[in-house]
Design a protein around this ligand. Structure first.
Ligand SMILES: [Zn+2]
Length: 865
């Protein structure tokens, strides 16, 4: 599954919320062999009725009772064979009294006739309404994690695998898509019956149904159909967005050592989907928001990654199934790691390394600002809470560390062993360890102990100095995450880390001519000093060569070594660390080094980081260098530059961004960032005449520049949200929260209510809260998320009440969780002292004034040298 990830900003808290408890799979009455759903949809009434037949091979004699998960269904009758069974149903569990009782070796067929009316989970009916008359008619399902029970009765946990069949009656003009092969279609009056059969076993959460008036685009891989289903009129976007699928199937089949296992691969893009994508067996559902037009495809790699992610699950998750949610990292970590693998294959090693860095950062951010937890844990309130950045991104980094530990050949051998030994079976984390041991002889329990079974990662501080007399390099490494005193031992990591001493080669041959002399050292204590005898002084020092270890690092190196590293280290991630450390040092020499690198660095990812880091140095010279980034050939670097300039609130940055905001850019994202940036710059010291000009521009953007997925107009909303004291800005934002506004723009406007609230008058604040309260009653997942994000930024007690009510009422575990976290945050905001805030603002102004003086001083000093 691919999440819609949500903002997080919080101090270190426990993952386990009140009410969290251990979760175990239930006892098994036997093996479910086959599930057959025979359904007739009544789409106008958002209901359906039918029969769910489960063939069960009992594990023992004499079972007289079956308990199935079944939420908010109307159960009409239960039969085994021809015999009616008595049952008891409380709206959540269906208890069936078996008569006669079971006999080993004699499978029984339990047929449950049921109906469903206006379901809230599991199956979703999408239809036009008075606000959105153009919305398509669609029906789709979402089972993961425990929502299949909302659309059919089942043993709803991943430890049970069965074959499945879905026969469904739909209006003739619609198409029904499901797992496996299409057995037959049959017209019947105004209806059409689709009959699908999934012949390989899979868990209930991967059973799916998608119904709509779709365009069907055909591709193929090795004779198997690869199909894209999209709303009619989106055919071109479908090719742009999913057209690499056959090549990806080829790539993953080879990498995992197991040919794509299903008779077809379908991707169905559906409206109002509540995840990014869902890897239902052989039939992935994707959000239609992922469909790119040609301009969006210029610098949006997200869709390609999403397609790779869900495809990777066809092996990791669908073919090899997790036995329990607590082991979901096995599939989510590998699906996320497969995004990196695909990036490597398609765009090269530097892109892949940079992708991996950003995955690590996402995890590190969650770890520092939200909570820390072991990747594998069965203590939670709802399984969906596990689907966080520990599961996905940290999981991906762990797979990468396994690869670094084993080397490429043995890693892929281990992966192939894991997949082949466990195909069509369920697995737990220990099964991966076993496959690794079988394929390589290596026992990686030490790595799993440190990164999977407990939380955290090492935070290294590395100091370097050179002793010229004895030709000795001294490197001191401190593990700063381990606090002094009791228990620090358990926070220490014990890892072998390669340290490289770099010598610059022939300038003309560039970074790859640099030579590294590398030593591996064991780092396991709180602080360790290492001495390395070298023939001559190194030009730079590379800590953790290859940057395979998931960690944070602070380098205490002299300025000259950092400058050379930024230029000459062959690893882009090491160059990025050098850039960060130079920015931290600040000063004109560092700025010049960063400016030069921005012009010369060949890899876009490093240039992206250079732009970001330059903006953190409060010197005018940084701004001069940054403007070079606006001309960068890579749209992503231009975007980073625009965002960097947006944080510098001066006349010069205003002048730099204004033409981009007015005239646009080849990239939607760059254009949107420039528009958004003007909003924050104009709130600086530029005066109210500029503010009026910007407002005028924003209004014209909102009128005229719809663009793809509302990216550009959402930029204008973002700009308005920065104009916190303007009532006019607020009024405009409120206007776009009205129903009927295109959804992506409306969600941006709802979220913007949070940021814009902080400078508004009391009566305006009440209007914002009234609006959010109204919106909080809407049931769509993304609307609820946007309401929570807005309220979570507010500083008023009334926000707490709305959030709490939302947390109590929402049917979505993700909304419940973030709403409760937002309550805690607002409580803290309300408690914090206004006077402290005012002081902070005054300090910011002083810093700004100081910047100008320091910039002049640096220039004078430079001239004096
Ligand atoms: Zn996933």
């Amino acid at each position: 599954m691919s999440q819609v990830f949500l903002d997080s900003e919080n101090s270190h808290k426990s993952f386990e919320l009140p009410g969290a408890k251990p979760h175990y799979n239930p006892d098994r009455p036997g093996q479910v062999e086959h599930i057959f759903l025979d359904l007739a949809l009544d789409i106008p009434n958002q209901s359906y009725q039918g029969t769910c037949t489960i063939r069960l091979n009992p594990v023992r004699d004499g079972i007289d009772r079956l308990t199935l998960d079944a939420v908010n269904l109307q159960i009409e009758s239960v039969q085994v064979g021809e015999t009616k069974q008595s049952f008891d149903y409380d709206g959540e569990l269906l208890h069936i009294q078996l008569e006669p009782t079971t006999k080993v070796g004699e499978a029984i067929e339990v047929a449950i006739a049921y109906s469903v009316n206006k379901p809230q989970r599991g199956i979703y009916f999408i239809a036009p309404d008075k606000h959105y008359p153009d919305k398509p008619v669609q029906v789709w399902t979402q089972g993961e994690d425990e929502d299949s029970r909302f659309w059919f009765p089942c043993f709803d946990y991943p430890g049970q695998l069965a074959t499945s069949e879905i026969r469904v009656r739909v209006p003739r003009q619609l198409m029904a898509i499901s797992n496996g092969e299409l057995v037959k279609t049959e017209a019947d009056g105004d209806d059409k019956i689709y009959h699908w059969h999934q012949k390989q076993v899979h868990p209930t959460y991967l059973m799916t149904l998608a119904v709509g008036d779709f365009a069907e685009l055909q591709d193929e891989w090795n004779g198997k159909p690869v199909t894209y289903y999209v709303e009619k009129g989106k055919e071109q976007e479908a090719r742009i967005s999913m057209g690499k699928t056959p090549r990806m199937i080829e790539f993953f089949s080879e990498k995992y050592g197991y040919a794509y296992p299903y008779p077809k691969y379908a991707q169905v893009c559906v409206d109002d989907f509540i995840f990014g994508g869902m890897e239902n067996t052989s039939t992935t559902l994707l959000t239609d928001r992922c469909l790119l037009d040609e301009r969006a495809a210029l610098d949006n790699r997200g869709t390609e990654s999403l397609v790779a992610h869900e495809l990777a699950h066809q092996w990791f998750g669908d073919l090899v199934v997790i036995k329990h949610w607590s082991h979901a990292w096995l599939k989510e970590g590998m699906a996320s790691y497969s995004e990196i693998m695909w990036t490597d294959y398609e765009y090269g090693a530097e892109d892949a390394a940079y992708y991996r860095l950003n995955e690590a950062r996402n995890y590190l951010d969650e770890d520092s600002s939200r909570y820390r937890r072991p990747i594998v844990t069965h203590v939670y309130r709802e399984a969906i809470e596990l689907y966080d950045r520990h599961l996905y991104e940290k999981g991906a980094c762990v797979y990468h560390m396994i690869r670094a530990e084993l080397g490429d050949d043995l890693f892929w051998k281990a992966v192939a062993t894991f997949v082949n030994d466990n195909a069509h079976k369920t697995v737990e984390t220990v099964d991966l360890l076993r496959a690794i041991e079988k394929a390589s002889g290596r026992n990686l329990l030490f790595l799993f102990d440190q990164y999977v079974y407990r939380g955290g990662h090492p935070d290294y501080k590395v100091a370097y100095s050179w002793d010229n007399d004895s030709n000795l390099a001294k490197v001191t490494v401190t593990q700063t995450q381990a606090k002094e005193g009791n228990g620090s031992q358990s926070e220490l990591f014990d890892l072998k880390v390669p340290i490289g001493f770099g010598y610059v080669g022939d300038e003309a041959e560039g970074k790859n001519a640099s030579k590294l002399k590398t030593f591996s050292v064991r780092i396991h204590e709180k602080e360790q000093a290492f001495y390395f005898p070298l023939e001559k002084k190194p030009d730079f020092v590379s800590f953790d060569v290859g940057n395979h270890i998931l960690k944070t690092v602070v380098l205490e190196y002299p300025l000259p070594e950092l400058k050379v590293q930024l230029k000459a280290d062959p690893d882009p991630l090491s160059r990025i660390v050098a850039a960060e450390m130079l920015a931290k040092k600040g000063g004109l020499e560092a700025v010049n080094a960063l400016n030069d690198a921005l012009k010369q660095e060949p890899f876009w990812g490093v240039r992206f980081e250079l732009a970001k880091n330059l903006a953190t140095i409060k010197l005018d010279q940084a701004l001069e260098g940054l403007t070079a980034g606006l001309k960068d050939a890579d749209a992503r670097v231009r975007r980073a530059t625009v965002e960097a300039l947006s944080t510098i609130k001066t006349r010069e940055s205003y002048k730099a961004l204004k033409p981009i905001a007015e005239e646009g850019d080849a990239s939607y994202y760059v254009e949107a960032a420039a528009i958004r940036g003007l909003g924050s710059i104009v709130t600086g010291s530029l005066g109210s005449s500029k503010e009026e000009k910007v407002l005028k521009l924003l209004k014209s953007v909102l009128r005229e520049r719809q663009g793809w997925n509302e990216v550009v107009r959402s930029g204008a909303i973002g700009a308005l949200s920065q104009m916190k004291t303007s009532e006019e800005a607020l009024n405009l934002i409120l206007e776009y929260t009205a129903p009927g506004t295109p959804q992506a723009l409306r969600l941006a406007a709802i979220r913007a209510l949070g940021a814009v609230s902080s400078g508004q008058t009391n009566s305006s604040l009440e209007r914002i809260l009234d609006r959010l309260q109204e919106l909080s009653r809407e049931t769509f997942f993304l609307t609820q998320v946007s309401v929570v994000i807005a309220l979570g930024q507010m500083e008023t007690a009334r926000a707490i009440g709305i959030l709490q009510a939302l947390a109590d009422q929402t049917p979505d575990g993700r909304v419940r969780r973030i709403a409760e976290e937002a309550v805690q945050r607002v409580q803290k905001n309300v408690g914090s002292d206004k006077a402290v805030k005012q002081l902070r603002e005054e300090l910011d102004q002083l810093k700004q004034a100081n910047q100008e003086l320091r910039s002049r001083l640096e220039n004078l000093e430079a001239k004096a040298k």
